[in-house]
Design a protein around this ligand. Structure first.
Ligand SMILES: [Zn+2]
Ligand SMILES: [Zn+2]
Length: 361
């Protein structure tokens, strides 16, 4: 039986979202229906709402979620009704050219539900990042529902599905931070703070948080930053060098997505250092860096999508780290709200007042 539930839908670019009744169909053979327990409000949802991703309105927003499996398709084997799962927007196919090259974290043909959720009049919905979880229930592919220990609080668990994973993975997988490394993180919102947490978990010796907002720098300390730099009070490149014996950091993570910040991060590296870009730029931005500096400094410039994660490997691991007290994901949850609070949460996010607002159902 198809479910009729409430969801948060964006029907037109830059217009406020609406709570609408949505229809979640019975799962196809490889699909699962998940009762959503929690879903974080991420910048990408706001980009969808404002038409910044594509024009496939109406969107069912929400993609940073955890919930309980309700029904499964006939061929589903990895999860069963009652399992507590975190939803992933990457479900490697195992067959595309990237998976076959042994790089499933770049999968070019990630799985999604086999049929659309709709409005009551039958209009198909575009679920944000193939998830759509600002809703009481959602339909995803089996591979997108990753079973984890249900002992974790749902609000904290959901964040692993996007921002926390993107940041931790940027440090641990893309940046390959190791014991004793020096790390600088430019931009201390949710993803940047998760990168700081990842750097600490990986054993970094020095972790320098860089931001323009003293409140965010205070938050960054709580996640493991050993030093903070307010980039509004001087040259942050010089400040990072001064904190690393004049050398620059081994790994610099750009979590803002702006060319001027990228350039600062580029020069804040030590020779042969790695720059990881996890902040999402807009299509009009361009970079200009002297080519001799790129060549002469060596090292690596690496974009990080979703922290180069493998959800089935990494989500249960991060849950275990949280439950063992090695990381505290609860600190990312600034407030819990209902589905009616999503619009307000977008405004708080734009004003930089919250790390994460989380819808709890
Ligand atoms: Zn997100
Ligand atoms: Zn693939």
């Amino acid at each position: 039986m198809a479910l009729h539930v409430t969801g948060v839908v964006a029907t037109k670019a830059n217009e406020p979202t609406e709570q609408r009744t949505i229809v979640v169909p019975d799962p196809g053979p490889t699909d699962v229906v998940v009762r959503v327990r929690a879903c974080g409000v991420c910048h990408t949802d706001l980009h969808y709402r404002n038409g910044g991703i594509n024009d496939d309105f109406p969107f069912l927003l929400g993609h940073e979620a955890a919930g309980v499996v309700e029904t499964v398709g006939e061929n589903v084997t990895k999860v069963a009704p009652g399992d507590f799962v975190i939803l992933a927007w990457r479900a490697p196919c195992g067959r595309c050219r990237s998976c076959l090259r042994g790089r499933p974290w770049y999968c070019f043909d990630s799985a999604n539900a086999s049929k659309p959720m709709t409005l009551e009049d039958g209009t198909p919905l575009s679920p944000a990042l193939g998830i759509g979880a600002f809703a009481e229930a959602t339909l995803v592919a089996e591979g997108q529902a990753v079973k984890v220990d249900p002992a974790i609080d749902a609000a904290a668990a959901g964040l692993i599905g996007c921002g926390v994973m993107a940041g931790l993975g940027a440090a641990m997988h893309t940046g390959n931070v190791g014991p004793g490394d020096t790390v600088a993180v430019f931009g201390c919102g949710g993803v940047g703070d998760a990168a700081i947490l990842g750097a600490r978990l990986a054993g970094a010796r020095t972790i320098i948080a860089v931001d323009l907002d003293d409140r965010k720098l205070e938050w960054a300390k709580g996640f493991g930053a050993t030093h903070t730099v307010n980039a509004g009070t001087g040259d942050p490149v010089e400040a990072v060098r001064a904190l690393t014996e004049g050398n620059g950091a081994d790994v610099v993570i750009e979590a803002v997505g702006r060319p001027e910040v990228f350039t600062q991060a580029f020069f804040a590296r030590d020779l042969a250092g790695t720059l990881v870009q996890v902040g999402v730029p807009s299509p009009d931005m361009t970079l200009e860096i002297p080519m001799i500096e790129f060549f002469g400094r060596g090292g690596a410039l690496k974009p990080s999508w979703y922290g180069d994660c493998l959800p089935t490997r990494d989500f249960p691991l991060l849950v275990d780290h949280h439950l063992a007290g090695r990381i505290d994901l609860g600190k990312f949850v600034s407030e819990t709200i209902g589905l009616d609070g999503v619009e307000g949460a977008f405004h708080k996010m734009e004003r930089g007042e919250v790390l994460r607002s989380v819808v709890v159902l």
